[in-house]
Design a protein around this ligand. Structure first.
Ligand code: 5GP
Ligand code: ZN
Length: 113
């Protein structure tokens, strides 16, 4: 499948890995929008939030557990951070493999949209 994030997970495209387990991969965003900008993705190809079902959605809870662990390790658990998942054109989704941006390390804009 021609998916950038599947290629990052397989190692075909290099990335700066932050965390990996049997179902999740996390790596630094190539174009960071904040001092801490990590992408957390399921290893299974799911195109976006739109593709979540009762059969595949458990990984999302696991991604949030990983986010809590990484926020501590990256030093933003106390200062604060934001998890963002863009879905579709109006949200500006550019990579159609479900991913969560973990953003922090400075006060983030209060505007959500
Ligand atoms: P989206 O706009 O779909 O929510 O987020 C996609 C994110 O993936 C962007 O923040 C972009 O910088 C990041 N990204 C795109 N291609 C690559 C890549 O090859 N490597 C890494 N590390 N990040 C990428
Ligand atoms: Zn993929």
């Amino acid at each position: 499948m021609d998916c950038i994030f599947c290629k990052i997970i397989s190692g075909e495209i290099p990335s700066k890995k932050v965390y990996e387990d049997e179902s999740v991969y996390a790596f630094y965003d190539i174009n960071p929008m904040a001092p801490v900008h990590v992408l957390i993705v399921p290893k299974t190809h799911i195109a976006s939030i739109n593709e979540l079902t009762p059969e595949n959605s458990a990984v999302v809870a696991h991604i949030y557990e990983v986010a809590a662990k990484l926020a501590k390790e990256l030093g933003v658990a106390e200062s604060g951070y934001r998890m963002v998942s863009n879905c579709g054109a109006d949200a500006g989704q550019t990579v159609f493999h479900l991913h969560f941006h973990l953003l922090g390390g400075r006060p983030l804009k209060v505007d959500m949209c």
